[in-house]
Unconditional design. Structure first.
Length: 337
């Protein structure tokens, strides 16, 4: 039995990964460690709480003794680190927690992996560590790191630490750098579910600047299958870019959402831009396609259709996450923008 420690498994991508593993890989036991910040939500794991191959533990990746105890108690073979503060706008408003969780937290996990001689440490990183592209070209694994936001700077710092642990102590590591994920259970601070939620409620859609910023959209399930392939098939030391080959401007994505929901374009409101906003991200995913035979399973049009349908049929989930503190966050970010 493979025994893995997944961190951040109550967040968007982590919970999708846990669901996929428990559904598709019966020979794997998952310990799911999550601090349950505003972004962590046990409802994302509904139906899997009592799965025999799943143990959820509420805790912080900065808590070294807790990590050691979990590794020993559950005889963990590998760590997959999804836990992070993940939203760029929040990192601009309050950067410090990004250093604590994304840098100190990753360091704490690396020390535990090294001291307990784990077979593998997988760091879930981001294409944002490469910085911003002009109109041409794509990020490859050789692109130098040049992060621009406090979020991406903290993720790049973590990537450097992961490499340093491999170089200095021979820790068997992989880094994955994916593009923008979308799909079920994404918290509506990120662009796509925020726009879906606003459109459903006939609220304005706050488009930063000219709306011509480009992201390379990756369906979350396809990201999860890629991470599984890295865990089970990659050579230690390798870094893999993961992308959906779906470059779209924000306005193109919003147009698809409005059409699918049969809402008018007049809901779009251009608002003050994000400071230091990265213009374009695009991933060259050739390495993982060639070496690990990974391929995305859906086109963007199929994926966004499934995603919108999921939000429509999970109205309870959505109304629960936008109750309470979400409204305060929304007002602080968008009022008078
Ligand atoms: P998310 O914000 O939805 O979830 C993060 C999870 O980590 C939450 O459940 C939260 O409770 C948990 N967490 C935060 N601090 C913690 C701590 N100190 N200890 C334990 N748990 C903690 O994020 P996501 O979108 O699922 O992203 C997951 C990973 O993927 C992150 O590392 C992120 O940098 C990376 N990533 C995300 C995207 C994207 O499009 N969402 C793109 C590229 C990379
Ligand atoms: P986001 O989902 O925050 O991801 P990231 O910035 O990490 O790529 O934003 C995606 C794009 O959408 C980005 O160009 C910023 C833009 N955006 C808006 O125009 N309005 C919004 O309210 C948000 C949250 C994002």
């Amino acid at each position: 039995m493979r025994k893995i420690l997944v961190t951040g498994g109550a967040g968007f991508i982590g919970s999708n990964f846990v669901r996929m593993v428990l559904t598709e890989h019966e020979n794997c036991f998952v310990v799911n460690l999550d601090k349950l910040t505003y972004a962590g939500n046990l409802e994302n794991l509904a139906g899997f709480e009592n799965h025999p191959n799943h143990k959820f533990i509420k805790g912080d990746i900065c808590d070294g003794p807790l990590i050691d105890k979990i590794i020993e108690q559950y005889e963990i073979n590998a760590i997959i680190n999804f836990a992070a503060e993940s939203h760029v706008d929040r990192s601009i408003a309050e950067p410090k927690i990004f250093i604590e969780t994304n840098v100190t937290g990753t360091l704490t996990l690396l020390e535990a992996a090294r001291d307990n001689k784990l077979e593998r440490f997988i760091q879930i990183s981001t294409d944002e560590v490469y910085g911003s592209l002009g109109p041409d070209g794509k990020f490859t694994e050789q692109t130098p790191l040049s992060p621009n936001s406090p979020y991406s700077a903290s993720k790049a710092a973590a990537d450097h630490l992961v490499k340093a642990f491999a170089h200095t102590w021979g820790l068997k590591v992989n880094i994955t750098r994916c593009s923008n994920n979308y799909g079920q259970y994404q918290f509506p601070e990120k662009m796509l579910p925020l726009m879906i939620n606003n459109a459903l409620n006939d609220k304005e859609l706050p488009v930063y600047g000219d709306g011509l910023y480009v992201r390379d959209w990756l369906y979350v399930y396809d990201h999860c299958t890629a991470v599984w392939k890295v865990l089970t098939e990659a050579q230690p030391g390798e870094t893999y870019n993961i992308g959906g080959c779906n470059e779209k401007t924000n306005l193109e994505v919003i147009d698809l959402i409005l059409k699918r929901l049969d809402k008018p374009n007049s809901l779009i409101k251009h608002v003050t831009d994000r400071p230091g906003h990265d213009r374009r991200y695009a991933i060259d995913a050739g390495k993982i396609i060639r070496e690990l035979n990974w391929n995305p399973s859906v086109t963007f049009e199929e994926g966004i259709g499934k995603t919108i349908d999921w939000y429509l049929s999970n109205n309870d989930w959505l109304s629960n996450v936008v109750s309470g503190d979400y409204q305060k966050y929304y007002d602080s970010m968008y009022e008078n923008r």
